[in-house]
Write a protein that binds this ligand. Structure first.
Ligand SMILES: [Zn+2]
Ligand SMILES: [Zn+2]
Ligand SMILES: [Zn+2]
Length: 149
């Protein structure tokens, strides 16, 4: 029974993280922490790292804390939640940083309907280089219109 809960909590966390990514992106990164996200929209530096990567570190710390809560028998769901956040981070990095932004030259030939839709939606997000306005703040879940043909 606990295995079932484990899986449900893991999947729930993964999908909740898509919501968190959307929320963080729309209201925090394009809000009071715009100074950290700005260099992702406007490349004004030569370093491979972006100040924007600070958000990865933030979620990594949250996931490590949950893992520790599990390890020290304080909170058993800490493990599935921590692993769910980590898995979402990996998925985000693969799709957003590698597939879309090509930070590593990989996955360039992926060309299915979902991949095209996600890329198109994120390019729309990047059309706007300012803090305000803009659209498509989500990552793995994007409006249906981008998947048409
Ligand atoms: Zn943005
Ligand atoms: Zn972005
Ligand atoms: Zn981007």
């Amino acid at each position: 029974m606990i295995v079932l809960f484990w899986i449900l909590i893991f999947l729930g966390t993964f999908f909740f993280m898509e919501f968190m990514a959307w929320f963080t992106h729309k209201y925090i990164m394009h809000g009071f922490l715009w100074s950290l996200h700005k260099d992702h929209h406007k490349k004004d530096h030569d370093s491979w790292f972006e100040r924007n990567d600070a958000f990865f570190i933030f979620y990594a710390v949250v996931s490590i804390v949950l893992f520790l809560l599990w390890q020290y028998d304080i909170f058993w769901p800490g493990l599935p939640i921590g692993v769910g956040i980590f898995a979402y981070g990996v998925a985000y990095f693969l799709v957003h940083d590698i597939f879309i932004h090509q930070r590593f030259k990989m996955f360039r030939r992926i060309n299915n309907r979902y991949a095209r839709g996600v890329r198109r939606a994120h390019k729309m997000h990047h059309k706007n280089i300012g803090k305000g306005g803009g659209e498509c703040f989500g990552m793995l879940v994007v409006p249906f219109k981008y998947f048409k043909k």
